[in-house]
Design a protein around this ligand. Sequence first.
Ligand code: ATP
Ligand code: MG
Length: 342
Amino acid sequence: MRNPYVVGRWVSGQNHYGRQHVIDTLLNSPETEFWVVGTRRAGKTSLLHQLEHLTDREGCSWVPLIWDMQGCETSGDLSDELYMAVEDAHQRFEHCGVTVRRLAGLDATVILARLAESIGAAGKKLLLMADEVEVLLRIARSEPAWVTRLHAALSSGNQKTILTSTQLLANLNRLCVGNAHTPFLQNFNVIHLWKLEPEVAAALVEQRQSDEPLAVAPEIIAAILDHTNCNPYLIQYLCHRLYHEADGAFLGFARRTRPTSTRTTCWLGCSRLTYSTCRRCSARSCFCWQSAPGLRTIGSRVCWLTSQLRNSRRSCGGWSVLGRSVWRMDAGRLATYSSGNG
Ligand SMILES: Nc1ncnc2c1ncn2[C@@H]1O[C@H](COP(=O)(O)OP(=O)(O)OP(=O)(O)O)[C@@H](O)[C@H]1O
Ligand SMILES: [Mg+2]
């Protein structure tokens, strides 16, 4: 059975867990400007794609557009990127009377005004979602007047604007003043992306939204939530490593409701001890805990696993994606936020 956990790419639809309160606020509040702040890998891009997933349907009053600013260095880059985003989703805009090819080569501020106008005339509203907005910090230095114009376009009230970034974006307030000399982010309502609710985090571990949920023992779930601090990325990362593809289970703790295979392999190819023990003992379990008599409690087992992961990070750099500030090994506890996230 394919490993059901998604590590690294953004998730949406049934792979996206929780954030219901944030989603309700973003879609239903009469406010038109939001800034969603989260640490790296907090789920910012996933949230935007989930909003797109929820609103890109007939009968919905929003017309979603995700503007990925990552890698843009000039206003020209941003304008091109915005046009490409519109082109990628051209059908939803053409339904609203937008002639997409006429937007080619235009400045982003003009594209936004035209989109908002046509969509408004069709009785709907543009839901503009800009991701990785930190790029504006650099562009504000070289093109401050353009960033001020962009600020006006984003906060015109003709569309709903959602910006996502890390806390770094706050520096834009010092670098650049928006219209009427107000700080760029002054009128944006701030929403922090925290950890998942424990119940939602448990649902993620058990893949309850999937067609083939897993049954995971309550003490395993508790240990995973404790060691990941309910951070969705850390849960996915740890579960991805714990999950045993051939067995469709979590190291023999959790079984798929319908096991798909009886083949046995070691999930942690890097550990010779585990592998040889596995082969010597049961044909069913991929890991033999008897081989490690000190690891009697679930908590100590998860700690042991995470220390294996830490070792594999040392040898292959596998965890560098997490960034120093997100994870800190702390008295055997896997995930502790140094940034103050929940
Ligand atoms: N709501 C969620 N439900 C399930 N998994 C999630 C959720 N949000 C994030 N994840 C997990 O976190 C990973 C990173 O998510 P995402 O790319 O959306 O974060 P990000 O904040 O945009 O990251 P970056 O700072 O790198 O841009 C995903 O691959 C997935 O494993
Ligand atoms: Mg992202």
